[in-house]
Write a new protein. Structure first.
Length: 397
């Protein structure tokens, strides 16, 4: 349905999504405040205008009251939009209050107050529906230009023209990106749940197909043996022998089915490796989509076990800070192979020889026709597992 995000993209998406949500703790609240405060730089000119003494006392007091009301309304609207926003009518009223305050203060006190329209544009982009934002942002820009023209200071107005216009549309884009990220995560969770449900249904279907006939036959032969037992013990014994044969075959079928379900897949192990290394604080470089062309399932499974064991050793024993996983097709003298390489910059563990895990991996890979190499390198430890991709018979030991 959608492409998977890389780990760095996933982290950026998570941070972006948290910006658009209510803070969960004091640390996130402070982070959001730090993110909002730099935008208050445009208040420097209005504050300087008020403290310069160019206005009468009553005008200065009115200016301070209007500025405090404007900033308070702006912060309330922006912070509430990050969590539980105001209702539609109240939000529209607050945006209108901001717009009126900006127009009144800019027209009444001069071009030093044109920066207030930046906040009005940001508020329109963050809070209003897209259709409303598309026309209120240009309207805000036009009002700012008109205020600059009235004050005979179009230079300042033109200096803020692109800022007011583009910042509003930019915030609309950020808002849509946050919403899309949230919807994408919900969709991925739904897809994962549907896939799990489908897998359960498939397992139930397969078990029914495997055991339905066998269990019905066992039941029938058991009833026949029970009826034959008093008068025909020899025929009853034959029925019991048939029951044993059917049950053994059913057990073999179930084991084969369970083995197929339990067989690890290389793509899943690569994804799990990325998560495990990140959780352990190890910088990871892991391929996203393995090319398994021509690789039988049993050999893919052997590589998946090798990857799982290697990542477990890196996380638990190596003390590494970096790990690189590579998966490449190579041509050797024995034919084409798929090579898995796991290299870290750690110590490789405290053991002096191969442990039970590496020994078991060697045996598993040899049964699949592959090989295993593991040992210290110049700056850490490296494990290389290879399995053939051709149809030649595996080498049994």
């Amino acid at each position: 349905m959608t492409d998977e995000l890389r780990p760095d993209d996933e982290a950026r998406a998570e941070r972006l999504m948290r910006i658009g949500q209510s803070p969960r703790n004091a640390r996130e609240a402070v982070r959001k405040l730090v993110w909002v405060l730099p935008w208050l730089v445009f208040l420097g000119s209005p504050v300087d205008d008020l403290v310069s003494g160019h206005h009468t006392t009553s005008t200065t007091v009115a200016g301070w009251v209007g500025l405090v009301a404007f900033v308070g309304t702006y912060l309330a609207v922006v912070f509430r939009s990050m969590g539980r926003p105001f209702s539609g009518r109240l939000l529209a009223a607050l945006v209108a209050v901001l717009w009126v305050l900006a127009v009144v203060l800019a027209f009444g006190l001069g071009s030093s107050w044109l920066g207030l329209f930046v906040y009005v544009s940001v508020t329109c982009g963050v809070t209003l529906p897209l259709r409303a934002a598309y026309w209120t942002i240009p309207l805000t820009t036009a009002a700012m230009m008109l205020a600059g023209w009235r004050d005979h200071d179009l230079n300042d107005a033109w200096g803020l023209f692109l800022v007011v216009l583009l910042v509003g549309y930019s915030m609309s884009g950020v808002r849509q990106l946050v919403r899309t990220t949230v919807e994408l995560r919900k969709a991925r969770a739904t897809v994962a749940q549907l896939a799990a449900n489908e897998e359960r249904l498939r397992l139930a279907r397969d078990l029914h197909d495997l055991l339905g006939h066998s269990l019905s036959l066992i039941t029938l032969k058991s009833e026949l043996a029970g009826r034959m037992l008093p008068g025909h013990p020899d025929k009853a014994a034959q029925q019991v022998a048939d029951i044993e044969q059917v049950s053994r075959q059913a057990l073999v079928d179930v084991r084969e089915a369970v083995t197929g379900y339990r067989r690890p897949r290389l793509a899943a192990e690569l994804a799990g490796s990325q998560v495990a290394l990140a959780a352990a604080g190890v910088t990871a470089q892991v391929p996203a989509e393995p090319d398994l062309t021509g690789v039988p399932e049993d050999r893919e499974s052997a590589l998946a076990w090798a990857l799982r064991e290697a990542i477990t050793n890196v996380v638990r024993h190596s003390g590494a800070q970096r790990c690189v996983v590579e998966l490449v097709h190579r041509q050797t003298l024995d034919g084409p192979v798929l090579e898995l390489s796991v290299e870290d910059n750690g110590s490789g563990g405290s053991g002096t020889g191969p442990g039970n895990g590496l020994t078991g991996l060697t045996e598993r890979l040899e049964k699949a026709g592959g090989t295993l190499e593991a040992g210290r390198v110049r700056h850490g430890f490296r494990l290389v597992a290879r399995v053939p991709t051709s149809s030649r018979s595996p080498r049994w030991t």
